[in-house]
Design a protein around this ligand. Structure first.
Ligand SMILES: Nc1ncnc2c1ncn2[C@@H]1O[C@H](COP(=O)(O)OP(=O)(O)OP(=O)(O)O)[C@@H](O)[C@H]1O
Length: 245
């Protein structure tokens, strides 16, 4: 079963192709790593997959359903979640509230300006469970601004997991982390069950290679190498455009 399929996807900005005829087929349960030099079009590909930007042509499907024209929020309801490269959380709010806000963003209740957070017991429970999954249950009531960078990265993953995704897109989850923090995040990703398909963009090859089963190498918006971890690492083109740097 293919969880995420991208066919002949193209996107240009001001006449310059940033995504060129990209095909991608990620099997359900797979752990896929997307690599490529700076500016290769990795984040743009994620933005196209989540619907934050629209492609010029091509198609995207999630478990066989065409979602090319489906709005972002509806894609989230269909089981797609992502973490962001740039941390976009609320520093004064607690961890719990940050995760609840992420969940609230998917509900109709978000339109109610007078919403009493503490009374949304379903959201509290889901947010607590998500924080527990990333090992942060004990910090649920701490303001986010008083946590470490590594802990915040885990909150971001909790926010995505709280949505019960079937496909989770991780945009540089290890960026800026110490070796120990990278190992912590790596362990929590390993603990995510196979009913969640994961696609990761990452530059930190030590942990990312351990994670990856298959790797896709993008260069100037094109897939230039794809295969198992061993195949991609051994491919001379990989060294030429990426690993040699
Ligand atoms: N909204 C936009 N308008 C114009 N150009 C854009 C836009 N978004 C991205 N680009 C350009 O598209 C190219 C690919 O950018 P993208 O962020 O997808 O690369 P990336 O592989 O994720 O890079 P990095 O590893 O540095 O994060 C870059 O040259 C970037 O400047």
């Amino acid at each position: 079963m293919i969880a995420l399929q991208v066919k002949d996807l193209q996107k240009s900005f001001e006449g310059l192709y940033v995504t060129r005829r990209v095909d991608l087929a990620v099997e359900a349960g797979e752990r896929r790593l997307i690599i490529g030099p700076n500016g290769a079009g990795k984040t743009t590909l994620f933005n196209l997959i989540t619907g934050e930007i629209a492609p010029d042509s091509g198609s995207i499907s999630l478990f066989g359903d065409d979602i090319t024209r489906t709005p972002v929020r509806a894609r989230a309801h269909l089981g797609m979640a992502r973490t962001y490269q740039i941390i976009t959380l609320f520093g004064r709010d607690t961890l719990l509230r940050n995760v609840m806000l992420a969940l609230l963003g998917l509900c109709k209740r978000r339109w109610n300006p007078l919403i009493d957070f503490e009374r949304q017991t379903d959201l509290v429970e889901k947010a607590e469970a998500a924080l527990a999954r990333v090992g942060l249950a004990h910090l649920a009531h701490r303001p986010l601004g008083e946590t470490s960078y590594g802990e915040r990265r885990r909150v971001e993953i909790a926010m995505a997991l709280a949505q019960n995704p079937r496909v989770l897109l991780l945009d540089e989850p290890f960026a800026g982390l110490s070796i120990d923090e990278r190992q912590d995040v790596h362990k929590l990703l390993l603990a995510i069950p196979r009913d969640v398909t994961m696609v990761m963009i990452e530059h930190n090859m030590d942990v990312a290679l351990e994670f990856a089963e298959k790797i896709t190498l993008l260069h100037f918006g094109q897939v230039i190498v794809e295969g198992t971890r061993a195949e991609v690492v051994a491919n001379p083109r990989t060294r030429e455009v990426y690993l040699g740097h």
